[in-house]
Ligand binder design. Structure first.
Ligand SMILES: NC(=O)c1ccc[n+]([C@@H]2O[C@H](COP(=O)([O-])OP(=O)(O)OC[C@H]3O[C@@H](n4cnc5c(N)ncnc54)[C@H](O)[C@@H]3O)[C@@H](O)[C@H]2O)c1
Length: 512
């Protein structure tokens, strides 16, 4: 029976690249004797020299004391060869992303280290189960997926391979908590949590661009302003590198046996083929100057047309109470949908319908979701062909009264932000259906691995699960595409809520 107390583990970090040196920094700061091994010893030495400079800067900024640095550095050594790793308790490998290299490395280490030594891999896309296969005691192999830069990013995905015992994952979780990380537990499936659930954030953006719905800079503005994301999908993939992001999507798509939800985008492939990889090539969706500055979308000035129209509210708008406070409207009576009637124009909060296909007889404007209507500076709208220029001007004047800019896009079911959010929620539900991780770990993974303002389940609570399900059902009805099919997990969640509500009302009737 292997014991897994790693609190005083002697650690070997293998690979002194971007990730390895960051992991070594974390290990020595947290009190572990650490040995760094790279095939290229000179490179390891250079990286350690660079680490000393990093520490000097941290001392200058007062983040760490000179004594702490001295103690940390005294714990770090560089291996002269792989045999120097014989007595370590925990190996964390961060070598090239190739299955055969990682397997060969662990096989070699298995003959050098004790049977108790834990082998952790920082792989971002390879199956931990596959890495463990063919290694003596495959149950000691586990994923420990740090995010870049490792010393800064809070999230660590602890990945359980088919043979990895839960006790080992728990021991690594305890260690990561001591290192002040946010550890989440996940099964070894393609993309783990973050790189799987994040796919629709990119895929839906590229689809909107492919379908000529909006421009890349307007789309980024919408997702930042309305979704509360720190960066839009186009500027974020420019930062990550279009080539890198494309290859992650491609590997998740292939690993899931060509599941249509993960299909890569032709829009992104064009950029990759053109060498327009983003910031690193000074051209991606955006152009970058020498200082990496780029111009972003700014909405047009607010309409100055005085607003004159009759307003009538239908529905309770329970999903958007802050909108009502902001617009100082009284909510309407129960209605099948939320509508603000501006003269003869129906302004509806989107539920995944198409303005063109679903509303043939009335002037209709569909409104995208905003994460915080109390502070909203802009709303994204689309309309059906019955709306004329003066109708659109009236809607703009309506919002201008509240200092809210209007961004018109082509008819696009669930528009931009609502669509992205419901698909992220659906992806999280599929991950839950497959038992990949807990709801709490999924939310933490997305908040701390890719800095989303909220986790998918937090959004689901905000919007209401039934609303999310209806939006997906409408998208699925319009497109007939597998990728918009609502997850069984979401359907069951909504059904459970409904049956509990029915049960409650039975109790109330019984009391009355
Ligand atoms: N870069 C990221 O943003 C990131 C984020 C999370 C996870 N990862 C994963 O971390 C791992 C390392 O990525 P990286 O970006 O730090 O790579 P990198 O190319 O910067 O560094 C890899 C290092 O490993 C060394 N190396 C290669 N084969 C070796 C071997 N057999 N033995 C010893 N050393 C060897 C190389 O000399 C190099 O110094 C990969 O599995 C990658 O998928 C990377």
């Amino acid at each position: 029976m292997m014991s897994f107390d790693l609190s005083h583990a002697k650690i070997a970090v293998i690979g002194s690249g971007t990730m390895g040196i960051g992991i070594a920094q974390l290990a020595i700061i947290n009190g572990h004797a650490t040995i760094l091994y790279d095939l290229d010893r000179e490179k390891a030495q250079q990286e350690v020299d660079g680490l000393h400079q990093t520490f000097a800067k941290l001392v200058e900024k007062g983040r760490i004391t000179h004594e702490q640095v001295q103690q940390a550095c005294s714990r770090l050594s560089i291996a002269n060869g792989i045999d120097d790793l014989a007595d370590v308790d925990l190996v964390i490998e961060a070598v090239v992303e190739k299955l055969e290299v990682k397997q060969a490395l662990f096989q070699q280490l298995a003959s050098i280290c004790s049977e108790q030594t834990v082998f952790a891999t920082n792989t971002s896309s390879i199956s931990v189960t596959a890495i463990a296969a063919g290694i003596p005691q495959p149950e000691r192999v586990v994923g420990l997926h740090f995010f870049n830069p490792a010393p800064v990013m809070k999230l660590v995905e602890i990945v359980q391979g088919l043979k990895t015992p839960v006790a080992l994952c728990q021991a690594l979780k305890a260690l990561m908590l001591v290192w002040k990380k946010i550890p989440v537990l996940t099964k070894s499936t393609p993309g783990f949590i973050v790189n799987r659930i994040a796919r629709p954030f990119y895929a839906e953006a590229f689809r909107a661009l492919q379908e000529q719905v909006t421009s890349y800079d307007q789309l980024d503005y919408a997702l930042k302003q309305c979704g509360g994301f720190a960066m839009g999908p186009c500027e974020l993939t420019d930062l990550i590198g279009q080539d890198v992001n494309f290859s992650v999507t491609q590997s998740v798509y292939e690993a899931f046996f060509y599941e249509p939800r993960y299909r890569p985008s032709l829009v992104q492939k064009e950029l990759v083929d053109a060498g327009a990889w983003g910031r690193k090539s000074k051209q991606g969706f955006y152009h970058y100057d020498a200082r990496n500055q780029y111009s972003t979308f700014q909405p047009q000035a607010l309409s100055t047309t005085p607003f004159q129209a009759q307003i009538q509210v239908k529905g309770t708008w329970s999903q958007l109470p802050e909108l009502f406070t902001r617009l100082a409207l009284n909510s309407g009576t129960e209605h099948e949908q939320n509508i603000i009637q501006i003269d003869d124009i129906d302004l509806r909060f989107s539920q995944g319908e198409s303005a063109h296909l679903n509303y043939l007889s009335r002037k209709t404007v569909l409104m995208d979701w905003h994460h915080d209507f109390a502070q909203a500076q802009a709303v994204v709208l689309s309309h059906n062909p019955l709306c004329q220029a003066d109708d659109l001007a009236k809607v703009e004047a309506f919002f201008a009264q509240y200092q809210i800019h209007v961004i018109w896009i082509k008819d696009h079911p669930a528009l931009l932000t609502l669509r992205t959010i419901v698909l992220l929620i659906n992806e999280a539900c599929e991950a839950s259906l497959h038992g990949i991780a807990t709801m709490e770990d999924i939310d933490n993974a997305m908040r701390y691995g890719v800095n989303y303002p909220k986790g998918p389940y937090q959004w689901m609570m905000q919007l209401g699960a039934a609303y999310v399900l209806q939006t997906l059902n409408n998208l699925y009805a319009i497109y007939g595409e597998e990728k918009y099919r609502a997850s069984l997990y979401l359907k069951q969640y909504v059904a459970k809520q409904q049956s509990l509500a029915l049960d409650d009302s039975k109790d109330l009737t019984a009391c009355a």
